[in-house]
Every structure is written in structure tokens, then in C-alpha cells.
Design a protein around this ligand. Structure first.
Ligand SMILES: [Zn+2]
Ligand SMILES: [Zn+2]
Length: 722
């Protein structure tokens, strides 16, 4: 009898045994649909000896597989990656497999999908909901669920609009071929420095072996053009290339740059895709037809038929760390995927993570330097403004010198960028009369005022409420005071002090889709914007030649509430945003507003002395036993019931293992003691590299049961310490 072991898409289950129906064949890696109780469940045929080789189920208890899905089998290197990821991050293998096999994998790509779009006809009976939905949907099309999300209405409203004829059905094929990228379409004009770097990358791709290459180039050095040559080499060899980007907002401009280089847009993969696009992309990736894939971190687990190179762009970005579900770091998993696939991995950054630099220093990664800007552009000059001496006017946040700098740019027709990593108008709102502070009901966090939408919002759970006209505590009217600045308030200040300036606020609130990001870029390039006020979103990727002044509104902000990477993150953010200045022929200037001009990070930034910063930071980490010299893990125990969470944490604490060179702190209330309605307690574990950290934690937690309302989340190599 033909029997197989399958890993199924269920986080609670290990591998299960099934019978292959007579007449079918299910070799290793086959994608299958299997029965589980009354349900149908996707899965993959797996090696018997994986996951601790559980005892086989007796022949008499085997159930038949429903179906072997007609897609290419999941190859061994990807099966090994699923096992490694599950093992390293202590995540259920079924959850990791879900990233390999999203719903799109099981949808028949040959069957057309019915989408809907507006006809321009107004329904006979117009309701406010219908008006808003049609307005928000505009010219876009999608399935009912997607249009409901776009229009922010229920699916019933969308179906109603279909019935009235305001929306019409369109049949869309998910089976159209993608255009073929052409490696010789528009080869770049590389500097000699770039050409040497590109040659090294091309050689690595041609060698068809695993190697990690750290492409360390200053901002504006043309890293993208260089790594595109590695991609060209992969295409020439008939293989696929994967480029990981940290932010979905960056995808659209990147697609355009790829189209200019290779003659057609690459295949995109991110959470903003329509379901027909996901289906088409997944199948083209699995068949090998998609040659260049540009995507968010989730693109890392897709089943490439014939991968030739992986590029991680802006590899230092902390957004590569997934903060829910499987807590993986895409940069680290990319290196592991390169190892299993035996292909080179390129980590590109102007401000590499300390961990990556350390690997290069110890010779494990190859390091390729691009020390100068492309086309003779100079690095910007950086100066600090000591806010304790150059005080902004009462109730304002920008020193006069910075405002003068913006005004000078306005007169010359150049552009300025003000950076403040705080969305909204003000981070805290309180009542002048009774002192009440507006706090999120679900989180230990202040509500942030957003004046564009006249709402108070929590940036952790999404809770929103209209800004009250009178205090909800004491009833006093018009007594709410905004404390501190957010980007909206800075934009207001610029408008007040320089009324002639055209100001654009660039945050995840305003650039919340690839289309909006593209509009923003077009407006800046057409010089319809004089001053950009933005959050960390504007620190990366953008290239605006007329932007010659960058003002950092509060360089000290990232250092507050310092976690282990606060210094590094501040350095990276400020260096990246400074790198937006003077990328064309005109020189750039950067002004850092600070209260601590002598703090090591600020001093290193002002002196442009990256090495000084990194060596001080390295020493500090070495002393603290922090990564890359030691390891951290966190365990968060949460429940909607505070007492239940605390008891569970204490129970785990009672079983704490005593392991040499492994320090366990806690349990203590987490810094965010309440998050999304759940009470949270935390253990922090700091261990020497020699400790088998995962094994220690796995054994510790395995012995302890919890009530169903308790969640225990382990984060290996955490980036978030809230
Ligand atoms: Zn009050
Ligand atoms: Zn909240």
C-alpha cells in the first residue's frame, strides 16, 4: 500500500499519515488536500524522519488523501527551510508552511475570477453608504470582499450596488503569462567603483554556490544599479531572482526602476495584492515563469522553481522582523534560504546592522564597499542645532536657523524635508481643567490626536474615537491641550511661519497604498511640493535631486525609553534621512535639532564618523552580552484576564530552569502591560552564544499547561521590547 506522511496547514498538529488513493502518485514535496475530521486541509508530503519521526499510524486507521494538487512539488531546500524556521523561532511547522502555501496555491489559476468595477451609473436609490463606497472604490476593480474593504462598507452593500447596475462583473484571467525581463534592455552606466562591485556579484551568481555578500554603500552610491547586475546574471543563467523590500510603500517606485532597467515590471508580492494577482503570481513563481520577484518579507517563503539570487534591500531595516505569528527576521531567514538553495544572498545597506558588519569582519560574509556617491555628488554636511541654546519660539518646535534654511530653499526653488518619527498631530492629549490624559481603553498607551481626521487614535491597536468637544471626565468644553509635536503639527507650523510653502505630510496615514506613494513621488518630482514632513517612511529609498535640506526635528527621540538597539536605530534613521539631501548636482545640508549634542550617537552623526559610532556600539554590546555577542529571547504571557495572565506567568516562573550562562529575568509586567485588550507579563532571557537557547526554552515550556485564554509567545532575537 502507498502511504505518505504530510505536514498539514494546522498550527496545532505535527505531521500526519495518509493513504495515497489507488492510481495516484504523491512523491515527496507534493501539495495535497487531506481530510481532517470533517474538514479538508492543505498540506505537503514530507520526509518520515522529520519533526522527531513520530510513530506511524496503523494501516487500518489511514484515510485517503482527497487530492494531489497539480502544482510543482515543494522542493527539498524549501522543506529544509520550513523545518529550520520552525525549529529556530520555536514556531509550529504548520504556521511556517502557511507562508509557503497561501490560499492562492490551492486556487486553480486557469479558472477566471469574476471581479467588479464601477459602471458610472448611479443607483436609483442612493444611500450615504453607497455614495461613500462608490467614491472610495473609484476606478479600481476587485472581488466583492476587496471592494467592501476599499469602500469601508459591508459585502452586502457591494452586492446591492451590483444589483442596481452601479457595479458590473468583469471576468479576469489569472493565467496570463508575465512579460520576460531582458537583461540587456538598458544596461546602466556604472562608475568604475560600481562596475567592480557588480562584477563581484555577477561572479557570485555564476558560481552557483552559497555566499553572503554585504553591499555596504553610502546613501546615493547607486547600490540598486549594482545589485540589478546580479539579477541580470541570474536571468542570463535562466534562473529567478528575489528582491526583498522593507516597506510596501516602496514597491511601486521600485517596480518602475526595474521596468526601466529590464524592459518590464517584475512580479510583485505583498499584502496589498488583489486575490487574482496573488493567484497569478504564486503560480508563476512556482512554475519558474516569474523571473524577477520584488516583494515584502513574506515573498521569502514562496516556492521558487529555480532561484538564482536573493537580494535584501535596506537590509538593516527593523521592519524585516515579523512581530506577530511566526516571529522571524527576514534578513536572517534569507541567508538560511540561500544556504539551503545554494545561491548567493546580497544584503544591501548604507547603514548595515551591527550583526551583519560583525559577520563581515569575521570573514563569514564578503564585504563590498561603495564609499562614494554616484555621479560626483557630495555627501551632505551635517550640523547640530542645540535646542537648549537656540530655542524655538513659544509653542513652536523648529529653531529659527532651520526655518531660515527652509526659506532659503524656497527662494531658490529647492526642496526641504523635515523628519519626525511621530504620526498625527500630538502624541498626548490632556484636559487643561482636570488634567485627564486620554488613554487607549485596550492598551497602556496615550491616544494620538489626528487633526486631518479629527480623531484620537491608538497606534498599537487601531482604536479610534472622534476628538471630544468637551472633556469626557469633567465635562469642561474646549479644554483639550495637545502636548508635543507630531508631523501634522510640524506641517502646521511650517504653514504658519512660511505661508508661501507647499507642504506635504508623508506618513503611513497618507501613503497607505502603492498608488498613493506613486502620486507623492510624482508630485515631488514635478516640484509641486516645497517641504515634505515625514516619518521613518521617508528615510529610505526615495531619490529627489532637488531636495537639498534635511531637518531632523528631534534627533533625541529614538534614544528615549532605550532598548538595546536604540542607539543603532537612531544612527541608522538619521543617517538614512540625511542621505536624502543633495543627491543631485546641488550640495546637501542636514540640520539635527537636539538637546544632547554631546551624546555619542549625535556627535558621531555630526562628525560623519560612522566607524567611531560602530566601534563604541560594538564595545557596549560586547560588555552587555547583547547580540551579536550574546543572545536574547523574550516570552510574553498574555490573557484578557489580568489575574489569569499573572498566574500563568508565575506558574512558568516556578519552573524556571537553572542553566549556566543563561540569565532569566521576570516575570514582570511587560512595558506595554495592556495591549489590544490583553494583559501581558514578560520574561527576558539573556544567554551566551554557547547556550542552546531554543532547547532550554522548549523544554521549559513543554511541561506546563495553561487555560485556553492564555497565550504564550516566544520571540527569539527580539527587536521589540514592549
Ligand atoms: Zn477635564
Ligand atoms: Zn490601543
Amino acid at each position: 500500500m502507498n502511504r505518505v506522511r504530510c505536514l498539514v496547514l494546522n498550527a496545532a498538529l505535527g505531521p500526519l499519515d495518509y493513504r495515497v488513493p489507488h492510481g495516484s502518485d504523491a512523491p515527496l514535496g507534493s501539495v495535497v488536500v487531506a481530510p481532517l475530521g470533517p474538514r479538508r486541509l492543505g498540506g505537503v508530503v514530507w520526509e518520515d524522519e522529520s519533526f522527531g519521526a513520530p510513530e506511524p499510524v496503523g494501516d487500518n486507521r489511514l484515510r485517503n488523501l482527497f487530492e494531489v494538487v497539480p502544482v510543482p512539488p515543494i522542493r527539498a531546500p524549501l522543506r529544509r527551510l520550513v523545518e529550520w524556521t520552525s525549529d529556530y523561532y520555536l514556531a509550529p511547522p504548520g504556521s511556517v508552511l502557511r507562508m509557503v502555501l497561501p490560499g492562492a496555491a490551492f486556487a486553480d489559476a486557469r479558472r477566471p475570477i469574476v471581479e467588479y468595477r464601477a459602471t458610472g451609473e448611479r443607483p436609483a436609490r442612493m444611500t450615504p453608504q453607497r455614495t461613500v463606497a462608490l467614491e472610495k472604490i473609484g476606478a479600481r476593480q476587485g472581488i466583492v470582499r476587496e471592494l467592501a474593504a476599499l469602500g469601508e462598507v459591508s459585502e452586502a452593500v457591494i452586492r446591492g450596488l451590483v444589483q442596481t447596475g452601479a457595479l458590473e462583473a468583469v471576468s479576469v484571467s489569472a493565467d496570463q503569462p508575465y512579460p520576460e525581463p531582458d537583461s540587456a534592455f538598458a544596461p546602466p552606466d556604472l562608475s568604475s567603483e560600481q562596475a567592480a562591485a557588480a562584477r563581484q556579484l555577477r561572479d557570485a551568481v555564476a558560481a552557483r554556490g552559497f555566499e553572503t555578500l554585504l553591499l555596504d554603500g553610502v546613501t546615493g552610491s547607486g547600490k540598486t544599479e549594482v545589485y540589478m547586475e546580479a539579477i541580470a546574471a541570474a536571468i542570463d543563467a535562466g534562473r529567478q531572482a528575489l528582491v526583498l523590500l522593507p516597506e510596501i510603500a516602496l514597491t511601486e517606485p521600485m517596480l518602475t526602476r526595474f521596468a526601466a532597467r529590464f524592459g518590464c515590471e517584475p512580479v510583485a508580492w505583498h499584502s496589498g495584492l488583489r486575490s487574482v494577482e496573488r493567484r497569478r503570481a504564486w503560480h508563476a513563481i512556482a512554475s519558474g515563469e516569474a523571473k524577477i520577484v520584488v516583494g515584502a518579507r513574506s515573498a521569502l517563503f514562496l516556492p521558487y522553481a529555480n532561484l538564482g539570487v536573493i537580494v535584501v534591500d535596506e537590509a538593516h531595516e527593523t521592519s524585516f522582523k515579523q512581530e506577530d505569528g511566526v516571529h522571524y527576521h527576514a534578513r536572517d531567514v534569507a541567508v538560511m534560504r540561500g544556504h539551503f538553495e545554494q545561491v548567493p544572498v546580497v544584503l544591501a545597506s548604507a547603514t548595515p546592522a551591527l550583526e551583519s558588519l560583525q559577520m563581515a569582519e569575521s570573514g563569514i560574509y564578503a564585504k563590498i564597499d561603495l564609499p562614494s556617491r554616484y555621479g560626483g555628488a557630495q555627501m551632505p554636511t551635517i550640523e547640530t542645532i542645540d535646542l537648549t541654546e537656540e530655542k524655538p519660539p513659544q509653542g513652536m518646535w523648529l529653531a529659527q536657523r532651520l526655518v531660515d534654511g527652509i526659506e532659503a530653499r524656497l527662494e531658490r526653488g529647492e526642496q526641504s524635508l523635515l523628519f519626525l518619527n511621530r504620526r498625527g498631530y500630538a502624541p498626548l492629549t490632556l484636559c487643561r481643567n482636570c488634567g485627564f490624559r486620554y488613554q487607549c481603553p485596550n492598551c497602556s498607551a496615550w491616544l494620538v490626536e489626528h487633526r486631518f481626521t479629527s480623531r484620537l487614535a491608538c497606534h498599537h491597536c487601531g482604536h479610534e474615537a472622534p476628538a471630544p468637544k468637551s472633556c469626557t471626565e469633567c465635562g469642561e468644553p474646549d479644554c483639550l491641550v495637545a502636548c508635543g509635536p507630531g508631523v501634522e503639527r510640524i506641517a502646521d507650523e511650517v504653514a504658519e511661519r512660511l505661508p508661501q510653502a507647499r507642504v506635504f505630510v508623508a506618513t503611513s496615514d497618507t501613503l497607505n497604498s502603492p498608488g498613493r506613494a506613486a502620486e507623492f513621488i510624482a508630485a515631488v518630482e514635478a516640484r509641486e511640493v516645497d517641504v515634505i514632513v515625514g516619518t521613518q517612511l521617508v528615510t529610505k529609498g526615495f531619490h529627489f535631486p532637488e531636495l537639498t535640506l534635511v531637518g531632523v526635528v528631534d534627533a533625541d527621540l529614538g534614544l528615549e525609553g532605550g532598548d538595546l538597539r536604540a542607539g543603532e536605530r537612531t544612527y541608522q534613521q538619521v543617517a538614512q534621512v540625511a542621505g536624502r539631501a543633495g543627491r543631485g548636482s546641488k550640495p546637501g545640508e542636514v540640520l539635527l535639532q537636539t538637546r544632547h549634542p554631546d551624546a555619542p550617537v549625535i556627535a558621531a552623526l555630526a562628525a560623519g564618523d560612522r566607524d567611531a559610532f560602530y566601534s563604541a556600539e560594538t564595545e557596549m554590546r560586547r560588555e552587555a552580552g547583547a547580540p551579536p555577542f550574546g543572545r536574547w529571547a523574550s516570552i510574553i504571557i498574555s490573557s484578557e484576564d489580568d489575574a489569569e495572565a499573572r498566574e500563568a506567568a508565575n506558574r512558568i516562573g516556578a519552573f524556571r530552569p537553572d542553566v549556566a550562562e543563561c540569565m532569566i529575568l521576570g516575570p514582570a509586567p511587560a512595558p506595554m502591560a495592556l495591549l489590544r485588550g490583553r494583559y501581558r507579563y514578560r520574561f527576558l532571557i539573556n544567554a551566551r552564544r554557547s547556550v542552546q537557547l531554543q532547547q532550554v526554552i522548549r523544554r521549559w515550556l513543554a511541561a506546563i499547561d495553561h487555560p485556553p485564554g492564555v497565550r504564550v509567545a516566544v520571540d527569539i532575537d527580539p527587536y521589540s521590547f514592549v
